[in-house]
Ligand binder design. Structure first.
Ligand code: KG4
Ligand code: ZN
Length: 346
């Protein structure tokens, strides 16, 4: 079964063709990062307008890349939430029109479940397994009991992990999106330079807002120290804060604080449900610190770890097609009344 996937939930316009939920035939992604960068975040209205401009071209490119026509596909899967409503509606309406005009079954896909299914692409992972989904909008631990059964075990009470990366990058004046920049900078810093807090939240939930405040205080402390040092006009190179060194140290210490909590709770959850497989998903799953620390922790606990290639961690339509496949093979289809929604945890 060949499924056309369509994804427009945030600032990536993507279309993909995936065979039997596993084999990627094409995966085209048009990123709007440069358009939103001057604003320090995604501007919903601009995102929706840009999706409209490129969606037709992106779907055509995906078909061309796979060497297929619309008549060759067996169904259409589209992300219809959670996400930016205006952005989602572009992909959803395009998918509905294609479905109606070409008489192809349509199915709406939950964006977070799509992220989880990125682990099926080119791999042999099968449920049950535990999944940690860490993206710009969500931080959630899921028990994936079957291809169609997702149970939320824990989620964030405030900021998502990716959101924390983006906000800390903004505090450090590093640009947008902050995750990849902090990831790179952290490799040059000392992860134990700043003892940032590991939020103690009950159960399997997360909280990252206190950590963001602690980073902000550390940055202000550095700025104050720089100001005091300049005022005193007594050069003391051994104690003078070097902006470069402290920025890398802050990035490394912040990243480690996020990673420690994510790894700790994921392994706790895994033990709780008694699964032997863990799958990472979402944009933050690209993070080198998270990937290596999670790998070491899983190895030490005898748990098998699955991680999608980075291109399938951030938003893409191949993961949406993979999720849609497991609905379509069970005869699950949606009608033209299918709507978009902004928020819902699976
Ligand atoms: O999954 P995604 O593409 O979109 C959402 O569904 O939100 O995730 C985007 C998020 C952004 O917050 C971005 O900063 C973060 O993923 N991200 C990273 C890395 N690459 C992307 N965070 C940490 N380290 C990275 N290497
Ligand atoms: Zn996403």
């Amino acid at each position: 079964m060949i499924v056309l996937g369509i994804e427009t939930s945030c600032d990536e316009t993507s279309a993909a063709l995936v065979k039997d939920g596993r084999l990627v035939l094409s995966n085209i992604i048009a990123s709007q990062t440069e358009i939103h960068a001057p604003y320090g975040g995604v501007v919903p209205e601009i995102a929706a307008r840009r999706h409209i401009e490129v969606i037709g071209y992106i779907v055509d490119r995906a078909l061309d890349d796979a060497g297929l026509n619309l008549s060759d596909i067996d169904g259409i899967a589209v992300a219809n939430g959670p996400g930016l409503t205006g952005a989602l509606l572009v992909g959803l309406n395009y998918a509905k029109a294609l479905s109606y005009a070409n008489k192809k079954p349509l199915v709406g896909v939950h964006h977070i479940e799509g992220h989880v299914c990125a682990n099926y692409l080119g791999g042999d992972l099968t449920p049950p397994f535990l999944s940690l989904v860490v993206s710009g909008g969500h931080t959630v631990i899921l028990a994936v009991e079957g291809y169609d059964t997702y149970k939320v075990l824990g989620s964030t009470r405030d900021d998502a992990a990716g959101e924390a990366f983006d906000k800390v990058a903004r505090l450090l004046g590093l640009g947008y999106p902050g995750g990849p920049i902090i990831d790179k900078l952290a490799r040059e810093g000392r992860a134990d330079a700043y003892p940032f807090p590991r939020a103690k939240v009950d159960g399997l939930d997360f909280s990252f807002s206190g950590l963001k405040t602690a980073v902000s205080q550390a940055i202000n402390g550095t700025a104050n120290a720089t100001a005091r040092y300049t005022k005193a006009r007594k050069p003391k190179p051994d104690i003078a804060p070097s902006q470069d060194i402290s920025t890398a140290d802050i990035a490394a210490s912040f990243q480690q604080a996020v990673v420690d909590v994510l790894v700790d709770k994921t392994l706790k959850a895994c033990k709780q449900v008694g699964y032997s497989q863990v799958a990472l998903a979402g944009g933050v799953a690209c993070n080198h610190g998270l990937r290596s620390t999670m790998q070491a922790a899983c190895d030490a606990s005898g748990v098998e770890l699955f991680m999608p290639q980075p291109i399938y961690c951030t938003d893409n339509a191949a993961m949406i097609a993979a999720r849609g496949y497991y609905s379509l093979i069970n005869g699950v289809v949606d009608g033209l009344e299918l709507n978009a929604y902004s928020n819902k945890l699976v």
